[in-house]
Write a protein that binds this ligand. Structure first.
Ligand code: C2G
Length: 141
C-alpha cells in the first residue's frame, strides 16, 4: 500500500487542483490531502479564502481520487504528518519546486507540473472584472 500526501488551500476548486490530485493519486494506492485551515491561511499565508475550511474539506472528500483529508495548521507539521501517516511519497505542484526537499530524508518528494492559465486568484480577478470569456486551464503534462 503506497501512501501519497499533498498540501494545499484548494479554494474555488478548479481543474488545476483536480489535475494535481488525480496525478498524485495515480502514483500510489492512497491519497491524503492536508487542507490549509482558515486560521493558517489568514495568519500565515495572509489570504482569506472564498470557501471556509469545512466546505473545502467536503469538496475534496467527495472526490474519488482523495482518500483522506487532514487539516494543515502550520508550515512545520509536514515531517510529523509523513511519519504519522507512513507516507511513501510527498507531492506538490512545481511552483513549490525545492521548498520541501527537506522531506527527502523521510519519503520520496515529487513536484508535478502545474496546470497553466488557472488559479484561485485568477478566477477571483476574472469575476471581479465581470469578464464573460471562459477561463480554461491548459494541461501541461
Ligand atoms: N496547482 C496546480 N495547478 C494550478 C494551481 C494549483 O497544479 N493551476 C497545485 C499547486 O501547485 C498545489 C495544489 O495545486 O500543489 C494546491 O494549490 P493551492 O490551493 O494554491 O495551494 P497553496 O496555496 O500553494 O498551498 O504547505 C503547502 C501549502 O499549503 C500549499
Amino acid at each position: 500500500m503506497k501512501t501519497i500526501l499533498t498540501y494545499g488551500t484548494f479554494d474555488l476548486f478548479h481543474i488545476g487542483h483536480l489535475n494535481l490530485l488525480e496525478r498524485a493519486r495515480s502514483l500510489g494506492d492512497k491519497l491524503i490531502v492536508a487542507i490549509s485551515t482558515d486560521e493558517f491561511n489568514l495568519n500565515m499565508k495572509g489570504k482569506v479564502t472564498a470557501y471556509p475550511y469545512q466546505d473545502r474539506k467536503r469538496i475534496l472528500e467527495s472526490l474519488c481520487c482523495v482518500d483522506f483529508v487532514i487539516p494543515e495548521h502550520n508550515w512545520e507539521q509536514k515531517i510529523e504528518d509523513v511519519k504519522t501517516h507512513k507516507v511513501d511519497t510527498f507531492v506538490m505542484g512545481h511552483d513549490w519546486e525545492g521548498e520541501f526537499d527537506f522531506l527527502k530524508a523521510h519519503c520520496e518528494v515529487i513536484y508535478l507540473p502545474r496546470t497553466n492559465n488557472i488559479s484561485s486568484s485568477q478566477i477571483k480577478e476574472h469575476i471581479r472584472k465581470g469578464q464573460v470569456t471562459q477561463i480554461a486551464g491548459e494541461a501541461c503534462f
